[in-house]
Design a protein around this ligand. Sequence first.
Ligand code: CAA
Length: 384
Amino acid sequence: MEAVADVYALPQEFADLRETIRQIATERVAPRAAAIDEQAEYPHDLRALFAEHDLFGLAFDSDYGGTGTGTLMLNIAIEEIARACASSALMLMVQELGTLPIRLFGSDEQKQRLLPRCASGEWSPAFALSEPEAGSDAGGTRTSAVRDGDDWVINGTKNWITNLGIADFYILFARTDPDARRAHGISAFIVESDRPGFSVGKLEHKLGIRGSPTGSPIFEDVRVPADNLVGELHQGFKVALATLDHSRLGVAAQAVGISQGATDYAATYATERQQFGRPISSFQGIAFKLADMETRTAAARELLYKGCAKVDRGDADMGKYSAMAKLFCSDTAMAVTVEAVQVLGGYGYVKEYPVERMMRDAKITQIYEGTNEIQRLVIARTLG
Ligand code: CAA
């Protein structure tokens, strides 16, 4: 029997890959992070770099051109990239979020058609669920899909969609049975971005994750063939929620990465910054802050890894753990980055230093892929 300590440790192969990704993040991603944020620039160069190092393949099985290394390794990669730049980590996250509906519910033909090109990084997807009037209440979807011969005709506008204008295809959720009760009568479709009637609507100006375009795709009489239906007709809400059960771990990983990045920066700063003739790290008021930041981040990571292991094993309570990890890690990221700004004092508040960006980036992790209030609802429903 393997020693318990070995079972609990990361496999060596994962630890080695983490080292490689950490080096990429430190040497290539971190130096770009401030400019990506300042210019709200989608980092095409880093996308090419990630593709070169097969990082997009981490979200996919080897049958479809991926690394086949599973959810834990993907989220370790997201964490390492987010430590340097949360916007860049989002490129890995959306590659998983926007393809999970196909991986979990798609036909063989859809998998063959789309997954290898996403695994290589050539194509990128988007997950189009939210609408202006259907945010937390995703079952209130109003976008419609009406059958016309062999096609479906789609009309509606989505909101808050990551990768808007970048995505090669959208996994779109639309109402296919107007008479069905709320969450029922919704279906999932693949809508390629070159279909007539699709357009890129309003792009948002955001507080954080500014290197990732977010906005409202518009669908006006967009025709897709019946082959583009993902999963069963009228069962799209379950496709969406099952996807989020997996992908919320990506948000948790992004949050842990932001927390660790902020903690590391603040700790180094505190040993260099002198006040009253001593490094500020020698004052208990600062040292205890740093100790709490490191401890909270480590605890958040444990819950994240546990959730990842549950998804990789297919445990029945994976959705609960995914929600708990997303909730705890994002609240940790927010608290830790606020403290990092405090450790740097006035320097923490200006753009010459990275912690104000980390604080702005942390905020979205409490909001997207389901607000933390929705995570609490999902968790509470599993109790008693
Ligand atoms: N997996 C599969 N099916 C599920 C499920 C799950 N995890 N959870 C619920 N369902 C099923 C239920 O069994 C039920 O089916 P039946 O009626 O056939 O039994 C159906 O789905 C409806 O479930 P509920 O009655 O629980 O639905 P609800 O209306 O009460 O809503 C909710 C549940 C948890 C609040 C849900 O609406 C939700 O998660 N909302 C948040 C939406 C969200 O996370 N949006 C994020 C968008 S993506 C994003 O942010 C990314 C980006 O690009 C920015």
